[in-house]
Design a protein around this ligand. Structure first.
Ligand code: 6R9
Length: 646
């Protein structure tokens, strides 16, 4: 990594915060100084955002590192902090969720409504025999009951494990078995691309392989036929009939809140464990700081699925603990039309939107005229998460969605970090397109070389976290050894994130993708992210994915898969042009050996490109495990529809 090309990403544009936002920002530059002067004192201050039943004795116990304990001895209830507290403060009538189903049905849910449903679901789960410490699997579409189920588990101290609704039988049963879950909460189905899409048959098959499951709680969403076993109970029968009164008990600050499995490419998925007090402190603080949330006036929308960590931290726990009003949308962005997202922004006067680069690039491909048809003037802040955002996509987002005025916050974090770690602060930072900029106050991120030495400005290497943070993972469920091996063994005393990064001349951080994806071409380390960004900076290109394929002369050679913008015609001339464009932008060493024009790219549910599958194509191998692929037909499309040349 230290040999990363010197001339990559010559991005010099910088966008200071709008004056009005800066003048009224939730968090100012002073936060960096406070946290630098006393990091633990800073986090202790943030923990006071929450309501604790019993105060902590110690902020951090790191004596058994890397196993951390935050706010030791403190007790609180997460659901109390997300619901009851707001009711007690007279905000019961405030809208918590404007929910929009894909077919256009809607529900308006106030904090009082949500509280009532969560109390009923808590009583229903208790009646089904669920106790504090038990695990509950949640396999749901994007309907309000998904959030209710998570909060009810949190309320009674059961540890939830949300599995993306759309993962296969094997993925679901493997996760249920790993956590020995007692109950699954699911639905008959959900709406996707205009049709009901069944969930229950997958659960039936999975549960048949999972003897620990005692009950399956089923929400009726689509009304489609379902088969029924003696373990099954309808949500509308047991939850709607349950007592709406439920007294929340406090739990220890380190009580397990949830397990979330990282997709895992070839190896067994890792059950990332998060606990209570530190997690809620950091997601609440970062949601307040990074999105500048003003609970009384903002309408916030995070477009993620609840099956992804972004849905946990920035749909459920962060926004609800902050008393936000938010949008929750069930379906896909192109149903019934490609302007669906912008129609929702106009309808609900959304002020803050948080989405993924993959979506932004898809919108670029669909064309500028689509968002232009809608009134997006309510927007004041735009967020991005999930992958490096190429400068071109960043600029497109700001121009076409943010009227050239809204700050863009590119937020770097992981399932493992629980909350945002590196991001601009919208009222402080003059952001650079494509850079996540700086660690948030209270976070010690660094870029180091192979010998664990910090690289100077201009250098590249590995992203690490030098100090523990409140929402850090506590372990891998049932596998402390693997926790230590994966994250704490590469560099002594530091958390290894697995991402490559570089520090620019001003010291700002640029993420370069997973280190496993870095290519070694004729002895030079080249980042997939940088070649992809160079390709996307060509006016004909909407999206690109780059992999290294074995090459007899150069070790690895660069192979690029490219999706063209809306009306552009492909052909050998264009392919040649694109190869030259990369060579001109990044240097001849980065010129792709081969460029394939494709209609789609294989992605995970959270929008990350599955480069492993593209490497299989580039090296003419049969495909590996595709269980975490969003749409399995994509690989057929790519293999049959490829045009391109050497
Ligand atoms: C929140 C989430 C984590 C990995 C992470 C990195 C990539 C996420 C990013 C980003 C560059 C950003 N990633 N945000 N890379 N810039 N703003 O995505 O969690 O699904 O666990 O993925 O995603 O590679 O290591 P998760």
């Amino acid at each position: 990594m230290s040999e990363t090309l010197e001339n990559l990403l010559q991005e010099t544009r910088q966008f200071p915060p709008p004056e009005a936002l800066a003048a009224n920002a939730n968090v100012t530059a002073a936060a960096y100084d406070e946290a630098a002067a006393d990091r633990l004192g800073f986090w202790e201050q943030q923990a006071k955002r929450l309501s604790w039943a019993k105060p902590w004795d110690e902020v951090l116990d790191w004596s058994n590192s890397p196993f951390a304990k935050w706010f030791v001895g403190g007790e609180l209830n997460v659901a109390y902090n997300c619901l009851d507290r707001h009711l007690a403060e007279g905000r019961g009538d405030k809208v918590a969720i404007h929910w929009e189903g894909e077919p256009g049905d809607t529900r308006t849910i106030t904090y009082a409504d949500l509280h009532k449903s969560v109390c009923q679901a808590s009583n229903a789960l208790t009646n089904l025999g669920v106790q504090a410490g038990d695990r509950v699997a949640i396999y749901m579409p994007m309907i309000p009951e998904a959030a209710v189920a998570m909060l009810a588990c949190a309320r009674i101290g059961a540890t939830h494990s949300v599995v993306f609704g759309g993962f296969s039988v094997d993925a679901l049963s493997g996760r249920i078995q790993d956590a020995s879950a007692k109950v699954v909460i699911t639905a008959d189905g959900g709406y996707r691309r205009g049709n009901p899409s069944a969930l229950k048959p997958t659960v039936d098959e999975a549960v048949a392989q999972c003897p620990t499951i005692e009950h399956v709680l089923v929400v009726r969403r689509t009304g489609q036929e379902v088969s029924w076993t003696d373990k099954d109970v309808w949500w509308h029968e047991v939850v709607d009939a349950a007592d709406p009164h439920h007294e929340a008990q406090p739990f220890d600050s380190e009580h397990p809140l949830f397990i979330l499995y990282t997709s895992g490419t070839t190896a067994k998925p890792k059950g990332i464990l998060h606990t209570t007090g530190g997690y809620l402190t950091q997601v609440s603080y970062t949601h307040h700081a990074v999105f500048d949330l003003k609970p009384d006036t903002d309408v916030y929308w995070c477009t993620a699925d609840i099956g992804w960590v972004t849905g946990h931290s920035y749909i459920v726990y962060g926004p609800l603990s902050n008393g936000a009003t938010q949008i929750m949308y069930e379906g896909t962005p192109d149903t019934p039309h490609k302007g669906r997202f912008w129609e929702l922004v106009e309808k609900y006067k959304v002020t803050i939107i948080y989405t993924a680069p993959t979506l932004i690039r898809t919108m670029m491909k669909w064309g500028d005229d689509i968002p232009a048809k809608f009134d997006l003037s309510s927007l004041r802040l735009l967020g991005s998460v999930g992958e490096p955002i190429n400068p071109e996509a960043w600029i497109w987002y700001r121009q076409n969605i943010g009227r050239g005025e809204c700050p863009v916050v590119d937020t770097w974090w992981q399932t493992e970090t629980g909350g945002i770690m590196i991001s601009p602060l919208p009222g402080v930072t003059a952001a650079k397109p494509g850079s996540a900029m700086s660690p948030l106050p209270g976070i010690s991120a660094d870029v180091v070389d192979d010998t664990a030495t910090s690289v100077p400005n201009g250098g590249g290497g590995y992203l690490v976290l030098r100090e523990p943070w409140p929402s850090m993972l506590r372990t891998i469920w049932g596998d402390d050894e693997r926790f230590i091996d994966t994250y704490w063994s590469r560099f002594e005393g530091m958390y290894f994130a697995g991402d490559g990064a570089k520090r620019d001349a001003d010291g700002h951080i640029w993420l370069l993708g997973r280190v496993d994806d870095v290519m070694l071409v004729s002895g030079h380390n080249i980042s997939t992210t940088e070649v992809e960004s160079a390709l996307v900076s060509h006016p004909s290109v909407a999206e690109a994915a780059v992999v290294g394929a074995t090459d007899p002369t150069t070790g690895q050679a660069i192979v690029a898969f490219v999706i063209l913008r809306g009306t552009v015609e492909g052909g050998d001339g264009l392919v040649k042009d694109l190869r030259n464009h990369v060579a001109k932008t990044l240097g001849p060493i980065a010129k792709p050996r081969q460029i394939m024009l494709v209609p789609e790219l294989p992605k995970t549910r959270s929008g990350k490109i599955m480069r492993r599958l593209l490497r299989d194509v580039a090296e003419n191998r049969s495909l590996g495990d595709v269980t975490t692929l969003q749409d399995s037909a994509v690989m057929d499309l790519i293999s049959s529809g490829m045009q391109g040349s050497k």
